[in-house]
Design a protein around this ligand. Structure first.
Ligand code: TYM
Length: 331
């Protein structure tokens, strides 16, 4: 496994993926399979830091796994698994928690945001979540972690925890680097382009889900908030248009200059429809493949079973090493 660099990343199975998840993370994951040994997981243990309906979580986990494959993750070439199927994640979490400071976790902006959103359920898991995430990464001796910009702080913490552990107990973990795409690392809400596109946004028009049909996608883009200018160009202060140009660029592969030339003399209305069509056309094969995979549950089960076995084999070595280093008597 060490002939190529190791990549690990994960995504929570809370509803279907958003266009932000897709552009900021999963579409990069697909490309990275060419040059790296890739490990991708559905982070269902992370999902229960906020209240979940158990039946819905089970179903959404399977859907998220199918969607991962539909987005082009090849389970033969990469390891694609479901987090709770590998007990090593929970085990390393405990060991790492004892090398993480309360103060560090208190500074996590996502914890602050989520606890404001769910004031009646500020549970310990929500607080220690970045430790579980550090474990996800360190278990596989990952070199690179492809994520959107909102995960950068968690990644820095994972590096700090790994460095501290290595210093205390001797070389145990590879220190991971974040891999954040130059374009599309933060796709913004279509209704408030100063905040991140998020699946938990209460306004359904703010967020595109990648399984939505063409009409819905185009309608949401038509309603996207822009500005009072009429010229399609990327410029400071034009957050809404900048976001649409970024999205259009990511799904068509066109540069910002090409896009500005293409829409020279055309208004925002034409541009919004073009973005909606391009996004929907780009995602059509994903939707078709997802529908096909969901009719073949045996295949999905076979893939996630094999994925879990491969993941556990690697992770077990790391947990055993960490257990030895901290002084746990071996059985
Ligand atoms: P999650 O499920 O919130 O998001 C999955 C990935 O999508 C990226 N992302 C975005 N990128 C650009 N624009 C957006 N609007 C946008 N919204 C989400 C996220 O940055 C992320 O890369 N804690 C992680 C899951 C996780 C993980 C890990 C990731 C668990 N263990 C280990 C990396 C390594 C999370 O909640 O992502």
């Amino acid at each position: 496994m060490k002939d190529k660099k190791i990549i690990l990343s994960g995504i929570q199975p809370t509803g279907t993926f958003t266009l932000g998840n897709y552009i900021g993370a999963v579409s990069n994951w697909k490309k990275l399979q060419e040059d790296y040994n890739c490990i991708y997981m559905i982070a269902n243990m992370h999902a229960i830091t906020v209240r979940q309906d158990p039946t819905a979580l089970r179903h959404n986990t399977l859907k998220a796994y199918a969607l991962l494959l539909a987005c082009g993750i090849d389970p033969e070439r990469s390891i694609a698994f479901i987090q709770s199927h590998n007990r090593c994640h929970a085990e390393l979490n405990w060991v790492l928690a004892c090398s993480t400071q309360f103060g560090e976790l208190s500074r996590m902006t996502q914890f602050k945001a989520k606890s404001e959103k769910h004031p009646d359920d500020i549970n310990a898991g929500l607080f220690t979540y970045p430790v579980l995430m550090a474990g996800d990464i360190l278990l596989y001796q990952s070199d690179l972690v492809p994520v959107g910009i909102d995960q950068k702080q968690h990644l820095e913490l994972a590096r700090d925890i790994a460095q501290r552990f290595n210093q205390k107990y001797g070389e145990t973990f590879t220190i991971p680097d974040a891999y954040i795409g130059e374009v599309g690392a933060k796709i913004m809400s279509l209704q408030d382009p100063t905040s991140k596109m998020s699946k938990s946004d209460e306004n359904p028009n703010s967020c595109i889900f990648i399984l939505e049909d063409k009409d819905t996608i185009i309608r949401k883009f038509k309603r996207a908030i822009t500005d009072s200018d009429t010229c399609v160009r990327f410029a400071e202060g034009k957050d809404g248009i900048n976001n649409l140009i970024t999205i259009y660029s990511c799904v068509t592969g066109k540069s910002f200059d090409e896009i500005e030339r293409e829409f020279d003399g055309k208004g925002y209305g034409d541009f919004k429809i073009a973005v909606g069509e391009a996004v929907s056309d780009h995602l059509a094969p994903v939707r078709n493949e997802f529908d096909r995979l969901m009719t073949d549950k045996d295949y999905l089960k076979d893939c996630y079973t094999k994925g879990a076995e491969k993941a556990e084999r690697i992770a077990y070595r790391t947990v055993s090493k960490a257990y030895k280093k901290v002084g746990f008597l071996q059985l």
